[in-house]
Design a protein around this ligand. Structure first.
Ligand SMILES: *[C@@H]1O[C@H](CO)[C@@H](O)[C@H](O)[C@H]1NC(C)=O
Ligand SMILES: *[C@@H]1O[C@H](CO)[C@@H](O)[C@H](O)[C@H]1NC(C)=O
Ligand SMILES: *[C@@H]1O[C@H](CO)[C@@H](O)[C@H](O)[C@H]1NC(C)=O
Length: 451
């Protein structure tokens, strides 16, 4: 039976081709950059960033405290230490006071969920090198050996995943004062002792232990990606790691990579493009405009207020981005209540208006400013118009949408359809209900069946 044996021989070959299992990423940017971003990330739109580490103990200036005190000494930091600590005090001596005694991961996760965020990114290691988990490669400089004596990365991960939020980990490639890193730096990054004995074993361990959905890489800029072995790490991450199908990464993988290579693009901190980018991106920003880590000297006027946060989120999403909003918890493990209030405020707004945000797509037009500044998102032929300020009168013109006789206009959070009439050659006039002129932040019109 020659036909039968031919089939038998062909079958395994066909199966391999069809299932595509043969496709593996190679450790070069051409291959790695071709990986499609797992879809959960673009749909999520909004995440919470958490900067937590030993820097919360001095809680002064910013999470760059150690650097501003002893890396490139800055007057305010040097004086703060002179005034408040004995001579000879060293940065690692802050660690025992990083106690996290009030850290309740379920309470944090409840706040994050209530904010409407769909993912959370925690610092597993900032530039100070302290790991917020029991890294075997960070002897005595981790949250299990000292300070809280607790696996902060693990405990928060369990709590946020219980609420179906995605869990990401921030990791700084460089460590300001690590002796092996400084030795490599001295050779002009021709040696890779730090990468082979510290960074790579630690990163692999981090991924295998906690299976993060997102790796937020940072601290890459002093050395090229070839020094960090970033492409080798990413090829392993995408081909063979336990999170190969779900993990998302950013773009900070070596000097010159940012805004060019990796997963989605952060470009710079707090980056906002002026037009719709071709590549998925994320704006990270912080409620405390001066710091990512907790600062004991913060004042109310130095914080983003709720309307500013909502507007920033709207513009980011209309431009195809995700919005990652940062809070810095205290050394005791508390999220300052003023941050909590901001997060719950965003959540209250998203509960009414989230359908215009989650899983939306940028529209044909991103923004117009006829009556008031308006930003758009879309879901198929449904278009959402975000009014960023209260219109001066209850009639509003939108010039970009092309209406049809089937077009319906609704105000999110308001039950009855709105009266509207077409404009020539395109656009429409909408009559807003007077009772909707409440003290809102951003009003959203849903336009069904428009082009
Ligand atoms: C970096 O990758 C190269 C090429 O795969 C490999 O030979 C080398 O051992 C790696 N170095 C480190 C420090 O991981
Ligand atoms: C929108 O237009 C008004 C009136 O021309 C102008 O004052 C305002 O600055 C514009 N806003 C934006 C965001 O362009
Ligand atoms: C428009 O709204 C009306 C009333 O709510 C509804 O019956 C109709 O199906 C809607 N049409 C479209 C195209 O959504």
């Amino acid at each position: 039976m020659p036909g039968f044996s031919t089939k038998c021989m062909l079958f395994p070959v066909a199966l391999t081709l069809l299932s595509g299992v043969a496709a593996r990423y190679t450790p070069d940017w051409g291959s790695l950059d071709s990986r499609p971003l797992p879809s959960w990330y673009d749909e999520a739109k909004f995440g919470i960033f958490v900067h937590w580490g030993v820097f919360a103990v001095p809680g002064f200036g910013s999470e760059w405290f150690w650097w501003h005190w002893q890396g490139e000494p800055t007057k305010a930091y040097v004086e703060f230490m002179k005034k408040n600590y004995p001579p000879g005090f060293s940065y690692p001596e802050f660690a025992p006071d990083f106690r996290a005694q009030f850290f309740d991961p379920d309470q944090w996760a409840e706040v994050f969920e209530a904010s409407g965020a769909k993912y959370v990114v925690l610092t597993s290691k900032h530039h100070e090198g302290f790991t917020t988990w029991g890294s075997p490669h960070s002897w005595n400089w981790n949250s299990v050996d000292t300070g809280p004596h607790r696996d902060l990365v693990g405990d928060l991960g369990v709590a946020v995943r219980k609420r179906s939020l995605h869990y990401g980990l921030y990791n700084s490639l460089y460590e300001w004062f690590h002796p092996l890193y400084l030795a490599d730096k001295k050779t002009g990054f021709k040696t890779q002792e730090f990468v082979s004995t510290k960074l790579m074993p630690e990163l692999h361990d981090l991924v295998n232990r906690y299976k993060p959905d997102l790796i937020w890489s940072d601290g890459d800029w002093e050395a090229p990606d070839s020094y960090w072995n970033s492409t080798e790490f990413l090829a392993w991450l995408y081909n063979d790691s336990p999170v190969k199908d779900s993990v998302v990464t950013n773009d900070r993988w070596g000097a010159g990579c940012s805004c060019k290579h990796g997963g989605y693009f952060n470009c710079e901190d707090k980056y906002t493009p002026g037009h719709l980018p071709k590549h998925k991106w994320e704006k990270c920003t912080s409620v405390d405009i001066f710091s990512w880590g907790y600062r004991r000297t913060m004042h109310l006027k130095e914080l983003l207020d709720l309307p500013s946060i909502i507007k920033d989120l709207v513009i980011t999403v209309a431009l195809g981005g995700n919005y990652l909003l940062n809070v810095g918890p205290t050394a005791e493990g508390m999220i300052p209540v003023v941050f909590e209030e901001r997060l719950r405020g965003v959540g209250d707004w998203l509960r009414v208006n989230g359908e215009a945000v989650y899983a939306s797509r940028p529209w044909r037009v991103q923004t117009e400013n006829s009556t008031v500044p308006v930003w758009y998102t879309s879901k198929g032929s449904r278009v959402y118009a975000f009014l960023l300020s209260r219109p001066p009168k209850p009639t509003l013109e939108l010039l970009a949408p092309i209406t049809s006789p089937l077009t319906n206009v609704t105000l999110l959070g308001y039950s009855a359809p709105l009266k509207w009439s077409p404009l020539q050659p395109a656009g429409l006039t909408v009559t807003l209900p007077l009772e909707s002129f409440f003290d809102g932040h951003v009003w959203i019109l849903r336009l069904d069946s428009v082009l």
